[in-house]
Design a protein around this ligand. Structure first.
Ligand SMILES: Cc1cc2nc3c(=O)[nH]c(=O)nc-3n(C[C@H](O)[C@H](O)[C@H](O)COP(=O)(O)OP(=O)(O)OC[C@H]3O[C@@H](n4cnc5c(N)ncnc54)[C@H](O)[C@@H]3O)c2cc1C
Ligand SMILES: *[C@@H]1O[C@H](CO)[C@@H](O)[C@H](O)[C@H]1NC(C)=O
Ligand SMILES: *[C@@H]1O[C@H](CO)[C@@H](O)[C@H](O)[C@H]1NC(C)=O
Ligand SMILES: *[C@@H]1O[C@H](CO)[C@@H](O)[C@H](O)[C@H]1NC(C)=O
Ligand SMILES: *[C@@H]1O[C@H](CO)[C@@H](O)[C@H](O)[C@H]1NC(C)=O
Ligand SMILES: *[C@@H]1O[C@H](CO)[C@@H](O)[C@H](O)[C@H]1NC(C)=O
Ligand SMILES: *[C@@H]1O[C@H](CO)[C@@H](O)[C@H](O)[C@H]1NC(C)=O
Ligand SMILES: *[C@@H]1O[C@H](CO)[C@@H](O)[C@H](O)[C@H]1NC(C)=O
Length: 500
């Protein structure tokens, strides 16, 4: 509980905001020696932020992890229209040299180094393209890729509408939707990417294309998991869903063996296909910090019904209370998000998927974590969260190669945050060893599935290779067709790439 309390205090501190007017605009006294930055600044005036400015430092400071913050692009390009992005891509594609490499960034929530930032070169920061526009009939929302879900939800809430998006406020539209998306609605409708109608994207040629299933079926499908491999996506057209209020329950428990046994039984039963409730999405959060273990459940339901019975087995476990409310999606995301640090010094994250297991298997996996995580107790500001959650129930409209309609797939996610870069190697090695041991237990029992969900994956995991050779071939064919010179392979080195 103490942990939750100071996290809330930290979250209440004012966030760094990039204002849309100077001082973020070009600092001509310090426009680096990058001739590429100078060329972009000349061609698209007022959109380039130079090193050494307040705007540059604010943009750098807004990444979630220290690993991303420490990369220093020569300059940051902040477009406001697809046409500006088009001019940028044309210029970058034509020029040669180290300073013509670039990164694409929306919310900046990926933890690992280089996913959405770059050392030297240019970072394209999409955050000024953050509009949310409802169609006349209210059935579709057009989301600028630089939006944050906090803003998106608050704009849709007054209409009693929502979209499939992140469960904490600051996650970016661009990375979340181009990569996948596990959402409150995902047990019913699949990953957020499965449901996207259309993409406005700037291709390698500079063409601004509008991609739908009818116009470009191969590219449309490739964008459902293809991340930054095909272009700079400037807008996503997504379905809206009616939603006035939803249920949110965050319960804290004492961490002891009887509570863990009850949690394991409850989760195993919850994941039984016979009990499948499409409106229910939840997570068990096992946390370790400063020598202490805690356990909390986040229980969500998309219907406007308090205390849905599907969660009875969790809520009956003796507990210390927490939050229980019917609230709008916007408010639930803000309340839940207050438990999460807005940025971290260092962060490292791995995920893996499996078929629902008997309760004793969950205990085995938890005990591996509990025994070994203590080895990291002397790491500065160590915090390790081991999260168990149901996986989205996909209908197969994405590049993941998962069996459609399966309700018994679940996902584990282990996240370490800590204070000092000197501990990088040790934290990463220990967490990786713990996860490998847990995966091995599941594999031995035939429960591990060879799928890595990209949104939470680390660079070391290479999710594409787990999606099946046929899907990788489709992705590569779409890359050859829409980006024949490999601009988004060679010039955008960060993130998960199709060609190594
Ligand atoms: C605290 C926290 C909570 C999270 N909660 C959830 C959750 O509830 N469900 C879930 O599924 N995931 C969750 N995630 C993971 C999240 O989905 C990913 O980190 C996601 O990539 C974040 O999107 P972003 O725009 O902030 O990322 P960024 O780091 O900006 O981008 C991610 C990747 O997408 C690429 N990209 C970004 N924008 C574009 C664009 N416009 N065009 C082309 N490529 C682009 C980038 O180059 C980069 O490789 C969470 C992460 C954190 C840290
Ligand atoms: C800019 O100058 C710095 C320091 O002199 C040098 O390290 C860097 O390589 C130069 N960058 C480019 C793009 O020329
Ligand atoms: C421009 O850059 C110089 C050199 O780093 C710095 O001293 C100055 O404060 C900057 N100006 C603005 C408006 O950010
Ligand atoms: C867009 O981002 C700016 C800067 O963060 C913010 O002030 C504004 O409210 C956002 N607009 C929308 C529509 O989300
Ligand atoms: C939204 O839902 C609430 C509660 O169900 C209702 O009172 C309100 O009128 C609805 N608003 C709109 C715009 O439909
Ligand atoms: C899955 O759902 C999406 C969004 O509703 C739809 O476009 C797609 O056709 C569906 N796919 C299948 C295989 O049913
Ligand atoms: C760990 O628990 C002890 C005893 O309850 C408490 O004094 C201490 O502050 C806790 N440490 C952290 C980091 O929560
Ligand atoms: C575990 O915690 C529960 C709930 O607080 C409590 O009822 C139970 O006695 C505890 N068991 C042990 C062995 O400490």
């Amino acid at each position: 509980m103490s942990r939750l309390f100071w996290r809330t205090l930290l979250a209440a501190l004012p966030a760094t905001v990039i204002s849309a007017s100077p001082p973020w605009s070009t600092n001509s006294t310090y426009l680096t020696n990058s001739t590429t930055c100078q060329a972009i600044n000349y061609q698209i005036p007022g959109r380039v932020i130079a090193r050494g400015t307040i705007g540059y430092d604010a943009a750098q400071g807004s990444y979630y992890s220290g690993q991303e913050r420490e990369l220093m692009p020569d300059c940051i390009f902040m477009p406001t229209t697809a046409e500006e992005v088009s001019r940028f891509v044309k210029t970058m594609a034509k020029r040669e040299g180290r300073d013509t490499l670039f990164a694409i960034r929306s919310g900046g929530h990926t933890t690992w180094r280089g996913a959405a930032n770059i050392d030297g070169g240019v970072t394209v920061d999409m955050r000024l393209m953050n509009q949310t526009v409802l169609s006349d009939d209210g059935k579709m929302a057009s989301l600028g890729s630089g939006g944050r879900f906090h803003d998106v939800y608050h704009q849709l809430s007054p209409h009693n509408l929502t979209v499939m998006g992140g469960r904490v406020p600051s996650i970016g539209v661009g990375g979340f939707l181009s990569t996948g998306g596990m959402t409150f609605l995902s047990r019913k409708y699949g990953f957020a990417c499965d449901n996207i109608y259309g993409y406005e994207i700037v291709l390698a040629s500079g063409e601004v294309a509008y991609v739908t299933q009818a116009s470009h079926p191969d590219l449309w499908l490739a964008l459902k998991g293809g991340i930054n491999n095909f272009g700079v996506i400037t807008r996503f057209d997504v379905p809206t869903f009616s939603s006035d209020l939803m249920w949110y329950n965050l319960i804290n428990y004492e961490y002891n063996d009887s509570v863990l046994a009850a949690q394991a039984r409850a989760f195993s039963n919850f994941m039984e296909p016979a009990r499948y409730d499409p409106g229910a999405m939840m997570g068990i959060f096992l946390n370790y910090a400063g020598g202490n273990f805690t356990v909390s459940d986040a229980l969500w339901h998309i219907n406007n019904v308090a205390s849905p019975p599907v969660y009875d087995e969790f809520t009956k476990i003796p507990n210390q209370g927490g939050v229980a409310e019917l609230a709008s999606v916007a408010d639930v995301v803000d309340t839940f998000g207050a438990n999460i640090l807005p940025t971290t010094s260092r962060a490292f994250q791995l995920d893996w998927s499996f078929r629902n297991a008997p309760a004793d298997m969950y205990i085995k996996v938890i005990k591996i974590w509990e025994d070994r995580v203590k080895q990291l107790n002397d790491v500065k500001d160590i915090f390790i969260e081991f999260l168990l959650q149901p996986q989205s129930v996909t209908n197969g409209t994405n590049m993941y190669g998962l069996e459609p309609g399966r309700t018994d797939y679940a996902m584990m996610l282990m996240t370490a945050t800590y204070g000092d870069a000197r501990d990088d190697a040790r934290v990463q090695a220990t967490v990786t060893a713990i996860v490998n041991e847990q995966r091995e237990v599941l594999r031995r029992h035939g429960l591990l599935i060879d799928f890595v969900y990209p949104n939470y994956a680390d660079a070391s995991q290479d999710p594409f290779k787990t999606w099946g050779a046929a899907n990788v071939a489709k992705l590569q064919a779409a890359s050859h067709k829409y980006d024949p010179h490999g601009v988004f392979q060679k010039k955008v080195p960060g993130g998960f790439k199709l060609f190594k």
